[in-house]
Design a protein around this ligand. Structure first.
Ligand code: ADP
Length: 259
């Protein structure tokens, strides 16, 4: 009788724990939905004034670029680059909310992936003076995919490689065919990611909290969006990393369709 009572008691306890966990999960989901809703609405509202501000700043920047007043010239350039940053952020938030509501469409065309990666690297070379980019490529790869969105995945991995490796200056990009897929990798010698966080970094709003990352700005949406884009192309995205040594982010896309 004692033994049976004990079993019954632990069953009741288990049931209570299960209920509590389920309630917490529901509350978490609700919170996430509220967060998504708020961010979507706020980004939407910010987009219109930001678009006109962006146009004004661009024109002012062009006009004052060669101004005799060095303060004016420099200030307009800085304003321009900050407005661009804000635009990228707002677009990221808008993309998250579009994705949640199923509004992100994949618009496929035929293009050479290597040329696309070259373009993305060139853009980074223009704006990032702290790091060098190396690109190893064996052959050109023509694919049928959403060029702009695949470009944003590469761009995001490059930005992260720079952002999370303040003390290591070389970012290595590789593009190769592996079996039936084309595989792109971005390697940095930065702070790395500890084992527990390796899969979580692709979650929405997830950011690794350490003394090293605390001062680095971000909202944890870049990898989430990248993962969704890759998944919608039936591809895979993953990371290999070691704390303090660096990370390699990979994504692969099926080559099933060759024009
Ligand atoms: P954000 O950089 O805005 O926080 P991301 O979704 O791009 O958002 O990245 C999520 C998290 O993954 C980052 O906050 C960071 O902790 C980690 N991370 C991403 N890329 C790297 C990298 N190359 N090296 C180390 N950590 C990284």
């Amino acid at each position: 009788v004692m033994a049976r009572r004990k079993i019954e008691q632990s069953e009741t306890e288990l049931l209570a724990t299960k209920k509590k966990l389920e309630a917490e999960l529901e509350a978490g989901k609700l919170l996430q939905q509220q967060k998504d809703g708020f961010i979507g609405m706020a980004s939407h509202e910010l987009k219109t004034p930001l678009t006109s501000l962006s146009a004004i700043v661009q024109v002012a920047n062009l006009k004052l670029k060669n101004s005799e007043d060095p303060f004016l010239a420099g200030a307009m350039e800085r304003a321009n680059s900050q407005v661009k940053r804000m635009n990228n952020l707002i677009n990221g938030f808008l993309n998250v909310s579009r994705l949640e509501s199923g509004q992100i469409l994949i618009d496929k065309s035929d293009f050479d992936l290597v040329t696309l990666i070259d373009e993305v690297i060139a853009e980074h070379r223009l704006t990032v003076s702290s790091h060098q980019f190396e690109f190893e490529v064996h052959e050109h790869v023509v694919m049928h995919a959403d060029r702009e969105k695949i470009g944003s995945v590469v761009s995001n991995l490059l930005s992260n490689a720079v952002k999370y490796s303040p003390k290591s200056e070389i970012v290595k990009v590789k593009c190769q065919i592996v079996g039936e897929d084309v595989q792109v990798s971005v390697k940095d010698g930065g702070m790395g990611i500890k084992a527990d966080d390796l899969t979580k970094v692709f979650d929405r709003y997830y950011r690794v909290e350490t003394n090293h990352t605390r001062h680095i700005a971000g909202f944890g949406i870049g990898l989430y969006l990248s993962a969704e884009i890759v998944r919608r192309h039936n591809g895979k995205i993953w990371v290999e990393s070691q704390s303090g040594i660096g990370s390699v982010f990979y994504f692969s896309l099926p080559l099933a369709y060759l024009p």
